[in-house]
Write a protein that binds this ligand. Sequence first.
Ligand SMILES: [Zn+2]
Length: 430
Amino acid sequence: MMHIQRSTLLFLLLNCGAQALAQEPVEPAINAEEQEMVSWLDEREEEMLGLLERIINMNSGSLNSDGVDAVTAIFDEELRELGFSTSRLPGELIEMPSCPGSDYSVDLTDHLLARRPGNGNRLLLMGHIDTVFPPDSPFQTFRREGDMIYGPGVADMKGGLVVMLYALKALAAADALDEAAFTVLLNSDEEMGSLSSRKYIEEEALEHDWGLVYESSGIDTMTRQRKGIGQARLVVTGRAAHAGGAHEQGLSAIKELAYKIVQIENMTDYESGVTVNVGVVNGGEARNTISPCAEALMDLRYPQPEQGVAAVERWQEIFNRVYSYAVDGGEITTESYINLHRPPKIPTPESDWLLEKTIAIGRLLGQDIGITDSGGGTDGSLSQAMGLPTLDSLGIAGTGAHSNREEARASSLAERAALSAVLIRRLARE
Ligand SMILES: [Zn+2]
């Protein structure tokens, strides 16, 4: 099914971490049928921008279920028009420990699964509907200035959803959709770490030949490898007391959490690539009350799977030990939620081949795309870890994700859709 060019493989092995491929592409020139798809897409740039504007202006923060469902419905309808049969995969309520009054459970809505049978290879196309911007964020609307477009999710990754859809539309217009068997999986919870959709992605990964994820291609780069990601939520419970009248009777949860945070932050080791960040802390009731509860939310990045396992063990040690008081177990209690929600994306010869093939096709189309590594994760890490060779940055050329500086290049919509359409057509037969 898969043929790796010897010279190509050798080149990649010799160039681990290289930021650009110097070798000439081995891909055949763009043929007339492919050129027709490219032209078809070129003529639809305004239409693509119109759809993007419409879905950017619909808030779909991960926990805004109504908004996520509304955007999902648009893609459901579009995919059915292309002959896909669609269904919803149930979301999930993920319960996490919390201090009283700070419910941190996350209620994740359903995901879209769309299938279309075909003759060639089985391709799994993935993207996420959700964004990091809740409905009360000041960053809500689409804006265009020349070739630049701005808005929440324009790069991460509503632009990519439009790229994916229009690649499929171009294939349909060329009567080429039957050349491959497609599954499209659009999840609602990627920005929450795919806590509910992970199982579906992993199941689907086993049933396909190639994985294509439409996260942003940065400033014209595609990502070769990524760190794994973990998260932990920690809730420390102590004993409240009056800070003046009965100080000695209190057990401060904030004090204990502070000791733990120092230990947790000390896990960062730039040399090995492991980083830990306590990103959110919260706790206490009043200035003059010894705090009965304190909580923290933390992030872990790790290059190799065993480093993730070791970090979880260290977290558990820190969570289980009382640092700040000489008390027996039970007096200060710690509850936690720990999840290594993304494995590292470690390149394989097959995923390197897919990356190089894509870049070579890009070059034939006049698109100059480089290669980078990333500390950020995508759902492609989940599918790749299951053995599905996956390319995870086929989306729009954009930057500034997760900030109000998020922007993308409008003309990259049609460019990347053309790249995908040609890639899919060629992958269908590989
Ligand atoms: Zn994303």
